[in-house]
Design a protein around this ligand. Structure first.
Ligand code: CS2
Length: 448
């Protein structure tokens, strides 16, 4: 029997907004399980148009479904499915530049949001180019104010994207006028986003088929927890996200630092340590007592002294909650998925903690051991059972060339510390940093 495709004709679709008010760059799984859900629940006429960047896959998944998709929420013992309708349109930037420009310049579009991963914020990335081109066209066509809303795990993501956009304007022939217009009419609030969203598998799509009787190519899976802290600085309005659990804050930086260093730093530790030990998922990694102890130690000893904890947060409770979330066995979040893009993630998640502790005269052993696990992951490229571990990273070639076939701990550490895109001189030349790294790398290589 053929199963019909998810569409307004085959499921009870929710009430849907008519107007596209949000243009979203990067409508991947995280966006669909996070901002699209908050926006749907907040109500109001705020439809989303997703812009896919690298491939047409997401557009091909959503389009035949009138952009409807299912969020499969997996708690430890409960699974639920809901159909979300806040996305109203999707376009593939490469093939539809005119449609992209029309959306970008439409005064009804008042927010341009982004989930483009850490590498999307590199100065010369396509994303920055798209923002500059879009803002330029908007200024010429209507001049309507707009908010750029970054939703990636980056410290001060609003400030970063604003600086990148203004720098890129500075390189344009008539960039000064554009820069001045942006300063006056465009806001760049920072946000902290949090929800664990593993890559969707065929088994997840089968869950949707069994629950709803339809085939959903765009289904996403997520944990029940979700958090969004937003700096309330918008140029032309926003959905009432605060009525559905988002927190508005004057300063998002303390939340972002806490999340990056506690949750994401520990996630990376679990990913590298776990993958090397042969654990397929993050839940399996935290079920390994030795690894779980290191994860807890990172969040107990190294990170807390570096944070300004927001007044409404109990950090010990936060740590316990993070560990509980990681332990959710139903999520099946692959260690190799979290291990991706280490060169982009390490500086934000671990190196800040390391630098701050060194400056305070302390040795952040647990954070350094997490970096050592990344080094071994890069150098060895296979787990304890000899299964290959993918090095999925924009700097993969550089990293491979740096480390070559070296297996001697001091050599591995020296060669990887020399990658300047990741490590600065202070870390490279710090005798104690080196010593702890070499010991930890030796221990991990020895355990193989
Ligand atoms: C993870 C994050 O893949 C990763 O690197 O650490 O995507 C993490 O699941 C989210 O930030 C949780 O909000």
């Amino acid at each position: 029997m053929t199963v019909p495709r998810l569409s307004p004709a085959t499921v009870d679709a929710p009430d849907r907004p008519d107007t596209v008010g949000i243009l979203h760059l990067g409508p991947g799984a995280f966006h669909r399980a996070h901002q699209a859900v908050f926006t749907e629940e907040a109500g109001g006429d705020w439809g989303i148009c997703g812009v896919t960047q690298r491939s047409a896959t997401v557009a091909d998944q959503l389009r035949p479904q009138d952009c409807l998709f299912t969020v499969v929420e997996r708690g430890r013992d409960t699974t639920s499915c809901r159909v979300v309708g806040s996305i109203r349109d999707v376009l593939f930037a490469r093939d539809e530049p005119e449609r992209l420009r029309d959306r970008f310049t439409d005064p009804a579009v008042r927010i341009v949001s982004l989930t483009v991963t850490e590498k999307g914020y590199q100065p010369d990335s396509t994303v920055i180019e798209q923002l500059v081109a879009g803002l330029n066209a908007r200024r010429e066509r209507t001049g309507a104010p707009v908010t750029i809303l970054p939703c990636d795990n980056l410290t001060g993501n609003g400030r970063v994207v604003r600086a990148r956009v203004l720098d890129a304007c500075g390189r344009l022939p008539d960039g000064d006028a554009l820069g001045a217009w942006i300063e006056e009419h465009v806001r760049f609030p920072s946000t902290m986003v949090d929800r664990i969203v593993p890559a969707t598998t065929e088994a997840d799509r089968a869950v949707v088929r069994d629950a709803l009787g339809v085939r959903d190519e765009a289904a996403v899976v997520a944990e029940p927890f979700r958090q969004w802290v937003i700096e309330d600085d918008f140029a032309a309005g926003r959905p009432a996200w605060e009525t559905v659990g988002a927190q508005l804050a004057d300063d998002v930086a303390p939340y972002e630092a806490m999340k990056l260093r506690m949750l994401n730093g520990t996630h990376s530790l679990l990913a590298y340590r776990g993958a090397l030990a042969g654990h397929g998922t993050i839940a399996d990694a935290v079920a390994d007592a030795g690894i779980a102890e290191e994860a807890a130690a990172l969040m107990t000893h190294d990170v807390p002294p570096t944070l300004t904890v927001p007044a409404d947060v109990d950090l010990a409770a936060y740590r316990e909650q993070v560990l509980q979330r990681f332990a959710n066995p139903a999520l099946r979040h692959r260690t190799t998925q979290v291990a991706m893009d280490g060169s982009q993630k390490l500086p934000l998640r671990l190196l800040g903690t390391i630098r701050d502790r060194l400056a305070a005269g302390a040795v952040p052993v647990w954070a350094l051991r997490a970096v050592a696990a990344w080094m071994v992951y890069v150098a060895v490229g296979e787990d304890r059972q000899g299964r290959r571990l993918p090095l999925d990273d924009p700097l993969a070639d550089r990293l491979r060339a740096a480390v070559g076939d070296r297996r001697e701990p001091a050599d591995v550490v020296t060669r990887l510390l020399a990658v300047r895109e990741i490590f600065d001189g202070e870390l490279r030349e710090h005798a104690v940093v080196r010593e702890v790294l070499v010991d930890a790398v030796a221990e991990l290589l020895g355990a193989r």
